[in-house]
Design a protein around this ligand. Structure first.
Ligand SMILES: *[C@@H]1O[C@H](CO)[C@@H](O)[C@H](O)[C@H]1NC(C)=O
Ligand SMILES: *[C@@H]1O[C@H](CO)[C@@H](O)[C@H](O)[C@H]1NC(C)=O
Ligand SMILES: *[C@@H]1O[C@H](CO)[C@@H](O)[C@H](O)[C@H]1NC(C)=O
Length: 396
C-alpha cells in the first residue's frame, strides 16, 4: 500500500513539475529552471519575483554549482532587481539562453528605495558565471528622449563588489545609460560579448569600470553612443584585448579629478583592438584642479578605420571652479597604432604646465582619410620619446 502510494505520488510529481518546484524548490539540487518558479517569459508579465525566489534558493544551495537556466525562445520582463550575495558556495552559474527585457516604458519601472542606479544588479558575489548566448535588453529608447539628463537614467547591468566574475557569450542592447558597470570588483573577466546601441544614443557606454582590479576584457564587439570602455577612478591591472569598438567614443581613461578630487588609474593595457568610425580612440582625460595620477598605461597594436581623434591625452578638462594641481599623467605608451583618421589632428597631447612625463609614441602611422591633406599632431608640456611616428610629433 505504501509502495503504491509513492508510485502515485511520483507520477503526480512527474506530471506537474512546475507545481512541485514551487511547493518544494530544488533545495537539494544544483539545477534551477526559472520556468519552474512560475516565470512566464512572455515579455509582458513581471517575472521579477520568480527570479528573486530562484536567486534565494541558488544562493543558499550547498551542493554542486547552483545553475539557473533561463531558457531560449522566451523573453522575461524584469523590474529593477538586486541579486545579492554572499552565497553559500563560491561558484554560481546563470545560463542565460533567452532574453531579459526591461519594462517597455520608462515610467513603468518600479524602483526600490529610491535607488535608481541600475536595472539588474549583482552584488557581493564570489564566483558568478554568466553565459549562454542570451540577451539583456534595456529598452533604452524609452529613456533617451524622455530623460535627457544622464543622471536620471539607470545603467542596465551592474556588478558591485564581485570577485571571480566571468561574463561571456551574452548580448547587451539599448541600455538607458551604461550597458555594463563594474564597480569594486576583482579577478574577473568579460569575454565574447556583444554590446549594441545606436550611435546617437546618449551616454550608452559599453563597459564602465571603477575601483576594480585584475580585470580582463577580451574578444568582444562594442557599438554604442558613448565610450566603448571607460576606465574610472580606482582601477588598476586591467587588460583589454581583441575589442572591436565603433561606433562609439573609443577606450577612455577618465575623466579623473573632477571637482578637485584625488583619483587614480594605473596598469591598464589595451592591445589588439580596432577602432571603427569612433569619435575618439585611445584617450586619457583629466580635469584641471584635480589630483592623483594616470600612469603605466599602454595602447598597442591598434587598427584605426576612420577614427576621429585617435590618440588623445587631455590634461586640461576645464573646470572653472577649481584651480591648482593637476592629475599627473606618466608612463603612457602608444605603440603600433596604424590606419586612418577623419580628423586632421590625429595626435593630441595637450598637457597642463604640470606636464605629462615619459610618454612614448612608437610605430605610429596615421593617415588623414581625405586626399591632399596630411594628419597633424599637437604637443604641449610633454616629455618622452617619439620614434617612427607619422604624423611627426614635435614636443619642444
Ligand atoms: C594582464 O596581462 C599581463 C601581461 O600579459 C599578465 O601578466 C596579467 O596576468 C594579465 N592580467 C589579467 C587580469 O588578465
Ligand atoms: C601591429 O598591430 C597589428 C594590428 O593589431 C598586428 O597585426 C601586428 O602584428 C602588430 N605588429 C607588431 C610588430 O607587433
Ligand atoms: C621626463 O621628466 C621626468 C621628470 O622631470 C624625468 O624624470 C624623466 O627622465 C623625463 N623623461 C624623458 C624621456 O625626458
Amino acid at each position: 500500500m505504501k509502495g503504491l502510494f509513492s508510485v502515485i505520488f511520483m507520477l503526480f510529481v512527474a506530471a506537474t513539475p512546475s507545481l512541485y518546484a514551487r511547493v518544494t524548490p530544488n533545495a537539494g539540487s544544483s539545477s534551477f529552471n526559472i520556468v519552474n518558479y512560475g516565470a512566464k517569459g512572455d515579455g509582458q508579465t513581471d517575472d521579477s519575483q520568480a527570479f528573486e525566489k530562484a536567486w534565494h534558493d541558488m544562493c543558499s544551495a550547498t551542493v554542486g554549482t547552483p545553475t539557473l537556466l533561463i531558457p531560449n525562445g522566451k523573453s522575461f520582463m524584469l523590474q529593477p532587481v538586486l541579486f545579492k550575495g554572499p552565497c553559500k558556495i563560491n561558484s554560481i552559474k546563470i545560463e542565460l539562453q533567452g532574453t531579459l527585457v526591461a519594462p517597455q516604458s520608462a515610467d513603468a519601472w518600479k524602483w526600490p528605495d529610491n535607488n535608481r542606479g541600475g536595472w539588474i544588479k549583482f552584488s557581493d558575489i564570489n564566483g558568478l558565471v554568466i553565459s549562454g548566448g542570451g540577451t539583456f535588453d534595456g529598452q533604452g529608447a524609452a529613456w533617451w528622449t524622455k530623460y535627457p539628463k544622464y543622471s536620471d537614467r539607470p545603467s542596465a547591468l551592474q556588478f558591485i563588489g564581485c570577485k571571480n566574475l566571468a561574463l561571456s557569450a551574452t548580448n547587451h542592447i539599448n541600455s538607458p545609460r551604461n550597458h555594463i558597470s563594474i564597480d569594486s570588483c576583482s579577478y574577473s573577466s568579460i569575454s565574447n560579448i556583444h554590446i549594441n546601441s545606436p550611435e546617437g544614443s546618449p551616454n550608452t557606454d559599453g563597459i564602465d569600470m571603477s575601483k576594480s582590479s585584475n580585470i580582463l576584457i577580451k574578444d568582444s564587439t562594442i557599438q554604442s553612443g558613448d565610450d566603448c570602455i571607460a576606465i574610472n577612478n580606482g582601477c588598476s591591472f586591467l587588460n583589454i584585448t581583441g575589442i572591436t569598438c565603433g561606433p562609439g567614443h573609443g577606450i577612455s581613461v577618465g575623466s579623473l579629478g573632477k571637482d578637485g578630487k584625488f583619483e587614480t588609474v594605473e596598469e591598464v593595457h589595451v592591445r589588439n583592438c580596432i577602432f571603427q568610425g569612433t569619435k575618439n580612440g585611445a584617450r586619457i582625460k583629466t580635469w584641471q584642479g584635480g589630483s592623483g595620477y594616470a600612469r603605466k598605461i599602454t595602447f598597442e597594436n591598434i587598427i584605426l578605420n576612420g577614427a576621429k581623434n585617435p590618440i588623445i591625452i587631455d590634461q586640461n578638462y576645464k573646470d572653472f571652479q577649481h584651480n591648482g594641481p593637476a592629475v599627473k599623467v606618466s608612463d603612457v605608451t602608444y605603440r603600433n597604432i596604424t590606419g586612418t583618421t577623419v580628423s586632421m589632428e590625429a595626435i593630441s597631447l595637450n598637457c597642463d604646465p604640470v606636464g605629462c612625463t615619459d610618454i612614448v609614441l612608437d610605430h605610429i602611422d596615421i593617415t588623414f582619410a581625405s586626399a591632399g591633406k596630411s594628419a597633424q599632431s599637437l604637443c604641449k608640456n610633454v616629455n618622452g620619446t617619439f620614434t617612427s611616428c607619422i604624423p611627426i610629433v614635435n614636443c619642444s
